[in-house]
Design a protein around this ligand. Structure first.
Ligand SMILES: Nc1nc2c(ncn2[C@@H]2O[C@H](COP(=O)(O)OP(=O)(O)OP(=O)(O)O)[C@@H](O)[C@H]2O)c(=O)[nH]1
Ligand SMILES: [Mg+2]
Length: 193
């Protein structure tokens, strides 16, 4: 089988830790990033699932308001949109409503939203309980993960989400399949992106 390509987008308020998570995913270390992202950055990783090479492109969008209109374009081509918030920042949790509504405006109907609460290492400064977050996500039927950019758990999250996407796709009718593309030749039926 040819390689499969998955495209994801990370969104959320400025400073919540999107770039730090992706830096950890790519380089396996914590980089105390001082600069906010300008526009959109791109990360590429590869993983193996069920003996298939999965090529994953992740768009790291800027949380600053001035870049929001640029970022809207990236929701459309993503099979999963990860909405990130900061467990030590209540506003970033309250703003999930805004991000969910923006994402729903632009994403493909069969693309998925996943919420990640990050900076879990700063336990003393935590502002939102796991119970409250899980209740919120359950009500919206959205999967939730909790992590920080100093652990490797983000690898697990990306692998599990990718595994589930591929599994769900296998059991869907052709007309409902999510858009997956192979590396070079985009197949029409098992298509996407
Ligand atoms: N302790 C701790 N600090 C973190 C963590 N993740 C990010 N930070 C810090 O939070 C600040 C903002 O992180 P970024 O990754 O730049 O945030 P961002 O969401 O990409 O921000 P924008 O690019 O402006 O949208 C930086 O100083 C990071 O070092 C974490 O998991 N733990
Ligand atoms: Mg950033």
């Amino acid at each position: 089988m040819n390689d499969i390509v998955l495209k994801y987008t990370f969104v959320g308020n400025t400073g919540v830790g999107k770039t730090s998570l992706l830096h950890c995913l790519k380089y396996n270390d914590f980089n105390n990033i001082k600069q906010p992202t300008i526009g959109v950055d791109h990360y590429f990783i590869q993983t193996i699932i069920n003996n298939n090479t999965i090529k994953i492109h992740i768009w790291d969008t800027a949380g600053q308001e001035r870049y929001r209109s640029i970022c809207n374009n990236f929701y459309k081509n993503s099979v999963v949109i990860f909405i990130i918030f900061d467990l030590t920042n209540k506003k970033s949790f309250d703003d999930l409503e805004y991000w969910i509504s923006e994402t729903n405006k632009f994403k493909e109907p069969n693309s998925e939203i996943i919420i990640i609460g990050t900076k879990s290492d700063l336990e003393q400064s935590r502002m939102i309980s796991e119970f409250e977050i899980k209740k919120y996500c359950q009500n919206k039927n959205i999967s939730y993960y909790e992590t920080n950019a100093k652990s490797n758990y983000i690898h697990y999250i990306i692998n599990e989400v990718s595994f589930n996407i591929l599994k769900i796709n296998e059991i869907k009718k052709d007309s409902e399949k999510i858009v997956l593309s192979e590396d070079k030749h985009i197949k029409k039926r098992f298509c996407c992106l």
